[in-house]
Design a protein around this ligand. Sequence first.
Ligand SMILES: Cc1cc2nc3c(=O)[nH]c(=O)nc-3n(C[C@H](O)[C@H](O)[C@H](O)COP(=O)(O)OP(=O)(O)OC[C@H]3O[C@@H](n4cnc5c(N)ncnc54)[C@H](O)[C@@H]3O)c2cc1C
Length: 398
Amino acid sequence: MMHNGKLYWPDTYQKMNYNDEIAKNYDVVIIGGGMSGALTAFRVAEAGYHTLLVDKDTIGSASSAANTGLMQYMSDKLLHECVKDFGPLEAYYFYKASKEGLEDIERLSTLLDSRVNFITRDSLFIASTKRHKEKIKDEFDALKYFDFPVEYISDEQLKGEYGIDKYNALITHEDAEINPFVFVNEIVKYAHNKYQLDVLENTELIQYKKENNQVICEFKNKTIATNKLVMTTGYAKNKITKKYINREQFVASYAVVTQPIQESQFWKDKVMIWESARPYLYIRHVPGNRVLIGGLDETTDKIPNEKHIQKQGNRLIKAFNKLYPEIKLEIEYAYGARFGETKDGKPFIGKIDEDLEVYGLYGYGGNGTVYSSFGSKLLLDMIEGKYNPLSEIFKLKR
Ligand SMILES: Cc1cc2nc3c(=O)[nH]c(=O)nc-3n(C[C@H](O)[C@H](O)[C@H](O)COP(=O)(O)OP(=O)(O)OC[C@H]3O[C@@H](n4cnc5c(N)ncnc54)[C@H](O)[C@@H]3O)c2cc1C
């Protein structure tokens, strides 16, 4: 499993189980039913392809159940840092794709059960140290230059309006919070009921090979042929894709969800809060007036144990109380999970295997949800043989 401890989102929703009759041949087979696989399955099935979505466990049960559901167009790698590393055009297209990915999730949420809880929110991005004040200013200038919806917040405003006694900050508008577990399950259910999408749970892909211009997927008890195979196996250490996806860095990340607090105790506009330090602390409201706090990432590929999760949970509360000492919180849910990032800060999206119709979508990074969203669209273009310039930016071999 990708996580340990007590998760919050699965307690909010009863997922559907699938009992589909599985064909011998599909247009597209997708391996991995998390955020990336669910969105890809939706896109591909909506475009009219006979599609199969397979998961070795159940839909949404891996890191997408641990996802804390903050969606922002800003990435962990700031826009001005992307400009320095990738040049202005590529940096701009990366951020634009993220913004559009978020807008697509908003559109899709309107088709789904209201428990998806897509809520448009501002994000408050604060300087963690005095030294980072310059970083905040540079980021504001970069975002403003490219016309992203951003506002500069001075030290005085941060204290006066948001009650945080730190340095300067940014507000980014048009971000959002979501219940990712419900979203993943609902989008799969929607596509399953409306299009030609079959779903197969508790079935692990062991290997694939080429045969007669098709890809043959081998599972424990069955073999399925497909014209295109898409791998969306998340942070699973997967021997199949290990040789291609070799530049990830795994960390353990922690989160707590508290017992409900009074509506009047919330900070201004219930903004999502994060900071310039790496790794960063982040905070959001959860429907039902709970508070979610996450962070304290540690470099390890091990899934943390219960005792350590409790310790990190208490540290998260302490970190929150440094910002808001007057808000008393009680932990109700605490968990730790594996999380992955790429060295250059961009997700991997594209062809995995030059000689085979095998593609991958690995939305590594704190902004994984929006990467899964624009990545699923990019993959559909690739599957349909349409040239999309974004494919150069996110290709696997770089
Ligand atoms: C604690 C935490 C907080 C996070 N918070 C945020 C956040 O606030 N905002 C954000 O945007 N992102 C966040 N993320 C990142 C986000 O969770 C990921 O980007 C997202 O879940 C990745 O989705 P995925 O579909 O790639 O992977 P997963 O959800 O892990 O799905 C992969 C699936 O593949 C299946 N699988 C693997 N191997 C096989 C195989 N061989 N055969 C069949 N099935 C297989 C697994 O069972 C799994 O269900 C967070 C992550 C963590 C851990």
